[in-house]
Design a protein around this ligand. Sequence first.
Ligand SMILES: *[C@@H]1O[C@H](CO)[C@@H](O)[C@H](O)[C@H]1NC(C)=O
Ligand SMILES: *[C@@H]1O[C@H](CO)[C@@H](O)[C@H](O)[C@H]1NC(C)=O
Length: 519
Amino acid sequence: MLGGTRGLLPRLVVLLALVARARAVDNAVCATSSDGGVDWFPPANRLSADATAGGSTRATYDVGAAFNVSYAKTFKVVRTKALVGGALAAEKTYVLHQCGTPRPTVDVDGSSAFPSDAQFFSVPVRAVATSMTVAVGYLEQLGARDALKMTDPAYVHSPCVQRDEENGVIVASHIEYNSDWSENRTLWRNALNGISGLDMVITDHYDGGTGSSGTAKDVAFHASDADLDMLQRTEQIKFLSLFFNKEAEANAYYADQVERWNYMSSLIASAQSQGRLRSGLKCAWVTASGGSYTVSWAKYKDDICTAAGLTTYAQSGVSGTSHTFPSTEAYLTAMAGVSIVIDESYFYNPSTSATKTAVHANLDFTGRTLPSMNSATGMILRLDKHVSDGDPLYAPAGYYPSEGMAWFEDPYVHPALVLADFAQLVWFSSFGIEAIRAGCPRFFRDVNSDDGVIKTTASDCDVWENARINQLCLIQLSQQRVTLAALFSLPGSSSSAAPVSRIALTLVVFAATVMAFLT
Ligand SMILES: *[C@@H]1O[C@H](CO)[C@@H](O)[C@H](O)[C@H]1NC(C)=O
Ligand SMILES: *[C@@H]1O[C@H](CO)[C@@H](O)[C@H](O)[C@H]1NC(C)=O
């Protein structure tokens, strides 16, 4: 009986916590006239300033690299920073007030005027449009796909957005080009005007916002800014969450991704320090186009290689984060020292065009002896493992649908999956990471082994949605920690098996998993 009493207290605490949570103000619903004085943004409903899951007790603070936020009882003021790499990304002020409350006239201090170009939104926003694939991954992860009302189907990868767009639930439009290749936004903007109750258009600073509306509904979203590192890109989920009153979800998601990223990279570092994985291998992000060869070491690319235990090729003596080689010889000399080539070259519809032969030819690797050409010494990876089928139903004259890569949509919000996918390929034979499961985004494709492109279509939506809602992709990452910790006897694991037998065991588990997929 004593045991029963002991169990009661924790259960009571849990119960009280649930009650407390139920009483916290629900700002997914709008204020009514009887709600005067309600604080819609108490700490539990605020962003955290760092990688912690709880909301901040402070009402004004910086959130990472790109913006800061100040909360009042019925509104919040978001100020974006001009990012170093975004010359066109001016500082902006967005004033977001709880729907049903009046638009505020003075700032959170109760007296300062808002800047004359401040933009006002009633939140949570209900109707959003964007031509940017980058925003789609964030919206889905926030559970805000229902708010997406219009998109450009040419590039979207998400199978559920493909489905909704093909069913007419999401409106399709696109940016037209004039005969001199200048942008003609008339069609796109007319379509925006046709969206009833449109609250917000997510755009970015490139070319002044290709898919913008040219109105105060435009919100600049800079998650793909080259100056942001891998986790700072993920952190931008917090920025979008402000418009949906989903701060708590964004805090928790970001904190979890940071933990998973750090766990995996420290595991790899530990395995290397124990001599169980090779050290010193070099990776290079290469773009080849018409005989011109460029390497890039943008921060997030360097982060991916570094976290996986590789050294990123960066041209010495060059400022900036990319370098175009002066000659093919100089390029090939550099490639002679690179084990893992990540080929970023553009192929129109990669599922048919980016074959092993074509990729080798484009890289000018055909017939050469290079570390990346031989599976014993390296590999060539492409970023087109998952592509969409375009939209076969949307076919206006002069419009060319193409396969949209998950790489331009999902890596921002899924850094832990990016790292798992990459490390699984790079360390395939010696590291106990499983292939990413069905319904979860994959990015990298091993060209030399004829690893195929996977096309996702509208019919894959159910599997992907199930994986997202039930967190299957994250559960897989959690489950394999047991294997990995045992394999590399990290602090806290107690396995004493010899390394070789542990590796063998892992390979058996891995093979069983692969078999489970194939059957
Ligand atoms: C918030 O960011 C804006 C834009 O960079 C800046 O002008 C302002 O001083 C910042 N406010 C706080 C409280 O950090
Ligand atoms: C821009 O597009 C609209 C709508 O498709 C068309 O009517 C118009 O002629 C185009 N403008 C130019 C300069 O081509």
